[in-house]
Write a protein that binds this ligand. Structure first.
Ligand code: C2E
Ligand code: MG
Ligand code: MG
Length: 753
């Protein structure tokens, strides 16, 4: 067994404001933008770096060429040829024109002049003449260059130099005295063409410039190479760019390094923070928008599912509602059709719910309904369905029960559960329930038809006395049809009440005087085909269809009208609880009394126990107001309803009418004792007593002996037409006390025609 009471969507579910997809999408965009920025910065830097290296290389090569070019200013000169041939040398002249002069004029660090036989004949270092033998320190580097110059004089002329050379020469990078240097060798030749020298036999001028700190500083500032300097081995840091210093033979003599210019990095680092701020702002804006959107979507989703839940569930109990129940029933029937399986539809109606609701209030009624829902849910299996169809109506779907006996057991369990007391806040309530059962495929496989049949069975269960379950039977259909016919015909009868409706009156005798002290108005329907129809056949239908009010008003008016012919006689009129519950009822009664001129004290309203016990505040108020006028109130059919003897003193009535079932039982010892107890208890509480359905002299004698006040029954008189009442009343003049009646062998013989 499992409960099916589900609660409507409770608190809001925790909110995942942003879907992961939005977060990922945004992050992807951020990564893309940042990545693009970094990549393009990097690319720009790479291009700039390539350009710087090409530039540095070019500057270096140009420096090498320039040295040769500078040499040419003095080495292509007739005077120079002659001076280096002269012996002894005019060293002063050589200093000024080929030696120290080059130090001052072109920044050469060292100058050597070699004779045609490659012997050093002059040397200058740092602006000072030194002995030629110092050449030995650079000989290793210079000698091969001289040899090459002398040998390849022709090809060297065609060398592709940056600067157009006028004479051949060999220049190169080298490490001299542990320092990088440019070395250039040039032949000393004439400029006029008058001096003839065999190629390869010229004197040679050797110029050396050390690439010192100043040299690199100069290049750096001239060409935008930051902190250019010489290193033997370059570092690999990101802030260093280098090019190798390579001799013509491919020897790396060191590196020129400088701080690279990084326009990309500069742009990235200046734009980056701004871009980041923009992205953060955009991210925040997107986050806000998206979370608002997400929350709204979620709210929508929640209210949609809440609406869906509400559309399918009963708000009070959380059970399935009618819509959901019908959907389940439809699919269960489809299964039933496919597998030919059994399906039971139970319609349940609570028996005394209205009383609880009226007397204890709606909160108590709600509490009761919730407990009923819970108990019903406990009685079914997890795959069965229990639903609240409205008010105190419930339905259960037993899906594929084993057999009919299993259904009966379930019904019996439910009835027993509903009869157990319900604990309400301040009190206990006893209700009970009736169940109507229809089976598929046995009764039908159509949903509408199945529910109709369960409903008919429920109606029958209530008719049979409630607190029971009834399975649908085809004969019930016939009853329904009859009720429908009655209903239809009653409606047309009510269109003109006087034509088909009659009132009969049954005399009520005083056991003290033996006289008729009252008559009870009893409704008859003179049916065109069926003859006289008694109220049992149509009052209930009239109550169910709401015709009872028109009917009741007519009865009351007709009875009061007829009563004018019987001065002083009390008239009992049966009223339905539905009539009394209506707020206009007391006004209707007063108006009719006023219209007909009948004193209120002559009118007695008969209500059944059920009507009185279910007395809502409306009914109680109505009766209180009428009783204050003098209208009496009688409790009809006492003993057939729910009131017990102990309740007698609490009931706000003037009279009790003992039901004929008790009267018929006075022949038995317990029956006699019961009636005696009722009489003495009612008398002790100041209530009047009328015994109904007296059919024998023995019953009459007994009732009189126990002190019952009045009697009504076929033994004395049947219900008769109004004109017969007048006759009866006239006929009883002179009739004596009840003793005479009894002595004479009974009222019936003498009085009733
Ligand atoms: P009730 O108010 O208890 O009326 C008494 C019923 O018992 C009447 O049945 C009457 O004919 C019957 N009766 C009287 N003496 C005897 C007897 O000795 N033996 C037997 N077996 N029956 C006896 P009736 O006229 O068929 O009315 C049935 C019920 O219909 C009434 O029971 C009353 O509750 C209801 N009723 C009658 N007229 C009206 C009416 O105008 N309005 C409403 N709301 N209900 C009415
Ligand atoms: Mg009655
Ligand atoms: Mg009665």
């Amino acid at each position: 067994m499992s409960g099916q009471v589900s609660t409507p969507l409770a608190a809001k579910r925790p909110v995942h404001v942003l879907g992961p997809s939005i977060v990922f999408a945004f992050l992807a965009v951020v990564i893309l933008i940042v990545g693009l920025l970094v990549w393009s910065g990097h690319e720009v830097d790479r291009v700039a770096s390539d350009r710087d290296r090409a530039l540095a290389q070019m500057v270096l090569e140009e420096s090498i060429d320039r040295l040769g070019h500078v040499q040419e200013s003095s080495t292509i000169w007739d005077d120079a040829v002659e001076q280096v041939r002269k012996r002894p040398l005019d060293l002063d002249w050589i200093d000024i024109n080929l030696g120290t002069w080059f130090h001052e004029y072109a920044g050469m660090n060292e100058v050597y002049i070699l004779s045609p036989s490659d012997r050093p004949i002059y040397a200058m270092r740092d602006g000072k003449r030194i002995i030629p033998e110092n050449f030995i320190a650079v000989e290793d580097i210079v000698a091969p260059m001289v040899a090459e110059l002398r040998k390849n004089d022709k090809t060297r002329r065609e060398n592709d130099n940056y600067l157009a050379m006028l004479s051949p020469g060999v220049s190169d990078l080298a490490v001299l005295r542990g320092r990088p240097a440019i070395v250039s060798v040039k032949p000393i030749i004439g400029d006029s063409g008058k001096i003839v020298q065999k190629s390869g036999t010229e004197a040679i001028h050797v110029g050396i410039v050390y690439l010192d700190k100043d040299y690199f500083n100069r290049i750096g500032s001239n060409y935008g190479l930051n902190e250019a300097r010489y290193v033997i081995v370059p570092g690999h840091g990101p802030n260093e760019t280098s090019i190798p210093l390579q001799s013509r033979t491919g020897n790396v003599v060191g590196y020129m390094v400088w701080h690279p210019f990084k326009p990309g990095y500069d742009v990235t680092s200046s734009v980056g923070p701004v871009l980041l701020a923009v992205l953060i702002l955009a991210g925040a804006a997107i986050y806000l928008l998206a979370s608002r959107l997400a929350r709204r979507t979620q709210d929508l989703e929640q209210s949609r599912s809440l609406a869906q839940h509400q559309a399918m569930h009963d708000a009070l109990t959380g059970l399935a509602n009618r819509a959901m129940f019908e959907a389940r029933l439809e699919s269960a029937l489809a299964r039933c059709r496919r597998h030919n399986s059994l399906l039971a539809l139970l319609y349940i109606d609570l028996d005394q719910f209205k009383q609880v609701n009226d007397s204890l209030g709606h909160p108590a009624g709600d509490m009761l309904i919730r407990q009923v829902a819970h108990r019903l849910s406990e009685q079914i299996r997890s795959y069965d369905t229990v639903a609240r169809l409205g008010g105190d109506e419930f339905a259960i779907l037993l899906d594929e029960p084993e057999n009919r006996a299993a259904i009966e057991r379930a019904c019996a369990r439910i009835i027993a559960e509903l009869e157990r007391p319900f604990e309400l806040t301040s009190t206990q309530a006893f209700i009970g329930g009736s169940i109507g059962v229809a089976l598929a495929p046995h009764d039908t496989l159509d949903r509408t038809e199945l529910t109709r049949k369960a409903d008919i069975a429920l109606y029958q269960a209530k008719l049979d006395g409630r607190g029971r379950y009834v399975f649908f039977a085809p004969s019930m259909d016939e009853d329904v049809r009859q009720r429908e016919t009655i209903n239809r015909e009653l409606r047309s009868a009510l269109a003109d009440c006087d034509s088909q409706l009659r009132l009969h009156y049954q005399p009520i005798y005083s056991l003290e005087s033996g006289r008729i002290v009252a008559v009870e108005a009893l409704l008859r329907w003179e049916h065109p085909q069926n003859g006289l129809v008694t109220p049992d056949a149509f009052i209930r239908t009239a109550e169910e269809t709401g015709h009872i009010e028109v009917l009741g008003d007519w009865v009351l008016r007709k009875a009061m009208h007829d009563a004018r012919a019987w001065p002083g006689l009390r008239i009992s009129v049966n009223v339905s609880p539905i009539q009394v519950r209506s707020r206009v009822f007391r006004h209707t009664v007063k108006r009719i009394l006023a219209e007909t001129g009948i004193e209120p004290t002559r009118l007695e309203l008969e209500l059944t126990e059920t009507a009185l016990m279910s007395a809502s505040s409306d009914v109680a108020e109505s009766l209180r107001s009428l009783r204050s006028l003098g209208v009496a109130c009688a409790l009809d059919d006492f003993g057939t309803g729910y009131s017990s003897l102990s309740h007698i003193r609490d009931i706000a009535v003037d009279r009790i009418k003992i039901d004929r079932s008790f009267v018929h039982a006075v022949g038995t010892v317990p029956g006699a004792a019961l009636v005696e107890a009722i009489v003495s208890l009612a008398s002790a509480n100041g209530l009047h007593l009328t015994a109904e359905g007296v059919e024998t002299l023995e019953q009459l004698t007994f009732l009189r002996s126990v002190g019952c006040h009045e009697v009504q029954g076929y033994y004395m008189a049947q219900p008769v037409a109004a004109k017969d009442v007048t006759e009866l009343l006239q006929g009883q003049y002179g009739a004596g006390r009840i003793a005479d009646i009894l002595d004479a062998g009974g009222i019936r013989n003498e009085r009733v025609a």
